[in-house]
Design a protein around this ligand. Sequence first.
Ligand code: NAD
Length: 485
Amino acid sequence: MVSRVIPVQPFDLVVFGGTGDLARRKILPALFRRFCAGQMDGGARVIGAARGEMDGAAYRAFTRDAISEFGGDPVEMEAHLSAFLEQLDYVALDANGDDGWDDLVGRLDDGDRIRAFYFSVGPSLFGPLATRLYDHGLASPRCRIVVEKPFGRDRSSAQKLNAVLAQHFDETQIYRIDHYLGKETVQNLMAIRFANTLFEPLWNSQYVDHIQITVAESGGVGTRGGYYDKSGAMRDMVQNHIMQLLCLTAMEPPAKYDPDSVRDEKLKVIRALDPVEPEGVVRGQYEGTDTLPGYRNEVENRDTTTESFVALKARISNWRWAGTPFYLRTGKRLRARASEIAVVFKDAPHSIFGSDSGRHRNILTIRLQPNEGIEMGVTIKEPGPGGMRLVDVPLDMTFSEALGPQSEYVPDAYERLIMDVIRGDQTLFMRGDEVEAAWAWVDPIIERWDVAGTQPALYSTGSSGPDDALALIHRDGRRWREIRP
Ligand code: NAD
């Protein structure tokens, strides 16, 4: 199969926060890989813009180190790195002041190229950057801004941020990034659902018993403790990433695969979510081991009530999903780093093989990490003599065999999303009303915790979370899928 890489038009991309951790680990390596793939032609320019003083040569050296550490295939580096670095430049500027802005304007003075500004800085700078872009004449109708997470910390702050951005930019220019939407398998979820006749007729409460969405991490908060303790799992994972996965799993088929058709359907899902009852949510904090600190020690706040784990039962009150619960869970220091969406179908209405054949059900699993892929569990006859014994096996849906070696390379989400910004495709980015609606669902849960002031349940490092989380699903006669690498 021939790879179809369509080059994008020449563009200028300014990465505010171009010396930060995200730029180093994700944005710059992603741009390099797109360059190697032939998607960025020689006309593209990438300008790092951040507070530290450095010249273009130093920024190119910084980028070379970043690429060799995070994603530089030695053969590609040998072949393409010098040419890629030639397209890089750097401007020292202050998002909170006027220093450096004239310099940036001077470098962007030419023509009608596509221009994108990536806000890879702390959220307190999103508003000031938008305002400064406007003040310096850079907020032209043809430019785009890319806004990183977190987008607010509740509905009210998200509304305020939306209002600030809307003063200078039209909604069609604002790309709120959720990198989960750029994952290949997440897009495949839409292809599986809406390009096949097989699944969609079964994708409802008549056939689906329940759905589980798990985003499990094995690591703790590490060096991000200061940031994380002000946020917690609900704000850091549930309101954005898990909500997006829920929406794509539950939404009605959009009329078209275009930004507003897709985002309208996602918004309807969020608005159909029932409020979560107190008994429908569990939060936890990990304990330490002999060698690893517990959450409270790691964030250096012994009294913190911030959660490193959340499990909850969500209900969507619409025709398709009434009666089918969605169990969501995420946490740190769990048994393994594993994220998946599991669609658990109902038992066959009657077993012609008798009660001895056991209980079998089909499960469609969309794995997001570590190995992106899709697996369909089907029940077959166990081979060999000895009667009709049934066994569950995964139906092989390894795309690499069907699609050839090219499909073995799974592009990082940032590669896809940055190119979508340049192409002007907002389908995989969150719209302002979607973000606000997601906060509106999450806010009451957090407010209840704040009012109660109780401590989250403790759970052991390497476990599946607190016992209460097991009870949450056991009460309904179901169980969590095993968290495995
Ligand atoms: P960082 O602290 O590593 O880098 C911050 C960058 O902003 C630096 O380049 C710094 O020079 C620049 N900066 C700070 N103050 C400035 C000012 N006044 N004017 C101009 N530049 C200034 O942060 P990060 O980890 O790269 O995160 C950037 C954004 O991306 C944040 O919003 C974060 O929440 C988000 N994010 C980060 C990650 C990650 O893995 N690091 C993941 C998802 C989202």
